[in-house]
Design a protein around this ligand. Sequence first.
Ligand code: COA
Length: 319
Amino acid sequence: MRSVLLGVGGHLPERVLTNAELAKRLDTSDEWIVERTGIRERRIAADDEKTSDLACVAALNAMNAAGREASDIDLVIVATTTPDLTFPATAARVQAELGINQGAAFDLQAVCSGFIFALATADNFLVRGQAKTALVIGAETFSRLLDWDDRGTCILFGDGAGAVILEAEDGPGDRGVISTFLRTDGRMHDLLYVDGGVSETNTVGKVRMVGNAVFRQAVEHISGAMLEACARAGLSIDAVDWFVPHQANQRILDGVARKLGIDAQKVVSTVAFHGNTSAASVPLALDVAVRDGRIKPGQLVLMEALGGGLTWGAALVRM
Ligand code: COA
């Protein structure tokens, strides 16, 4: 039994926030942000636009691409750090909005690694025969967690959503999820966190980060996760056609590619246009490269991410 990726979809809110706009209110500049991060602009959800709203549009785009309807889907996982409400799960709202009236729906919290964790979770459900067709979404209104006076964090993040349809398939063929690797090291909790929460402060809190330490951890652990996912599949990293990384910072993408000797042309980068959208960034980048024809059926794609926790992981998929 294999989990075949049938379709992908993305969605960004309309409002564009450029570096120049940020530089009007913060001690920063377009040049600094572009040089240190590669980010040129990010999208910000409207006041009345919720994570579930973004998730539903991305999900419908993925369902259209996959040729699947609400009645086909029996598992919904939403990876998010910015749920509509503390409970119920945003996935429950998404399930109802989309008219999916069967199966389970739940949220998964692994911050920027959320989509990779959700993909691996869905794969396990499908391979175990506990669901047939899964809708896996990464969706965030991350702007709501930002301290807009902290130039070290607020320049990096944005809002958006991406989704895939995974379906259990039996029999011959080599399409689908080939291997996944997930890792959490809670000892690095304080490198990237939100200083509020239901149980500890009874507030929502704002993002806090030791940027340069996260940067170093990211290059090391992302490289390791990519090699591990390939090793688990018995494949060399040279066999990979496309790398679809978490879109955090262009310098992290470049650092990983250099470390592993990867041709930069094979790395899908969309960070310039939406910044770090946390759990949404991997499926958003995948969607762009599938739609523009770079990623073709049969090709081998390696996705990866690192985020708060720290969490990190990788997933190798034959499209
Ligand atoms: N504009 C101008 N200067 C800024 C700035 C900004 N937006 N943000 C930070 N700086 C300043 C710092 O205050 C510091 O000034 P100082 O030397 O006077 O103290 C200087 O730039 C260097 O700070 P440092 O944090 O070492 O810079 P950096 O090269 O590491 O870049 C990040 C900062 C945040 C861009 C970078 O560390 C980063 O991207 N880290 C990874 C973050 C990430 O991806 N997190 C999410 C993972 S999911």
